[in-house]
Design a protein around this ligand. Structure first.
Ligand SMILES: [Zn+2]
Length: 286
């Protein structure tokens, strides 16, 4: 196994720090890509559950859910893997032990794990390609985000979309809706005042052009973090990402910044309402 030395470069990544962490019986490495500045954190040990994650700092500037819609949409095909359902195809192989994508309030994660080395490197290639080189046609935006729908010619005009429907479900829970407003009240003007998943009443404000631009701005490797865990060969992992993807970039992109917002110096009072079932008994309820 390679004897990694801090200050040396391995497949485009400079090793910044190396530490043995006894609590997790692991060697922990922090690299930085020499051209793009992308950090790569590697936790190496004997665990066969090899894990990879590509994470991007996706900072929403509104509640259109653009980060969430993108998370769905990149998994609808990329340049190298122009297939409609990436997760469905990967699941057919059945060799992953974890496979997901998650949108947080300021971050989007693409993690997976496999105990099979060949599958691990194959899916790593798929994950890197879908996030860095997704196709993102307008039809995907309309399907995953929002579109107009009419059941028949004289039926009422409806709004539909996978994320729109998902968030309608999420917002039908009063707690979710209330917390969205509490965050907005406690951290006005900040990144966290927005609903990164998408507020159903705001999602239709998002245009296809804004959606594509959000990807261009946020899914550059310079705005991402790489994570490797487990017993795979670390040099091979770094080489896979560098040779197949990062080497294609000429120079660094920009990093997205979380917006701090205004300081709160006195108590804030917010009055708001949420929907209940039409025939609900409202007595004694808040
Ligand atoms: Zn979703």
């Amino acid at each position: 196994m390679t004897d990694f030395t801090p200050g040396s470069t391995y497949h485009g990544f400079i090793l910044r720090r190396k530490e043995h962490v006894a609590d997790i019986n692991s060697e922990v490495y922090l690299f930085e890509h020499e051209v793009l500045g992308t950090p790569a954190l590697a936790i190496k040990n004997a665990d066969p559950n090899k894990t990879f994650c590509f994470t991007f700092q996706t900072v929403p500037e509104d509640s259109t859910g653009v980060a969430h819609i993108l998370e769905h949409s990149v998994l609808m095909g990329s340049k190298k893997y122009p297939i409609h359902d990436v997760f469905g195809e990967i699941n057919k192989g059945g060799l992953t032990t974890f496979l997901n994508a998650m949108t947080g309030s300021d971050t989007t994660w693409y993690p997976f794990a496999s105990r099979n080395t060949t599958e691990y490197f194959n899916i790593m290639d798929v994950y890197c390609d879908v996030v860095l080189n997704p196709l993102l046609p307008r039809s995907t935006f309309e399907q995953e985000g929002w579109h107009y729908h009419k059941e028949s010619e004289d039926a009422p005009l409806q709004l539909q979309g996978v994320v729109l429907n998902e968030m309608k479900g999420a917002f039908s829970d009063p707690i979710r809706s209330i917390f969205h407003h509490i965050f907005g009240g406690l951290m006005p003007g900040s990144t966290y005042a927005h609903e990164s998943g998408g507020d159903p009443s705001v999602i239709p404000d998002l245009s296809y052009e804004q959606f594509v631009e959000f990807h261009r701005k946020h899914y550059h490797p310079s705005n991402g973090i790489l994570f490797f865990y487990g017993d795979a060969d670390l040099e091979q992992e770094l080489a896979a990402v560098q040779d197949n993807f990062l080497a294609d970039y000429d120079g660094p992109g920009t990093k997205a910044e979380v917006v701090q917002g205004d300081d709160i110096s006195e108590p804030v009072f917010i009055e708001d309402s949420y929907a209940v079932q039409p025939d609900s008994d409202l007595s004694g309820k808040t």
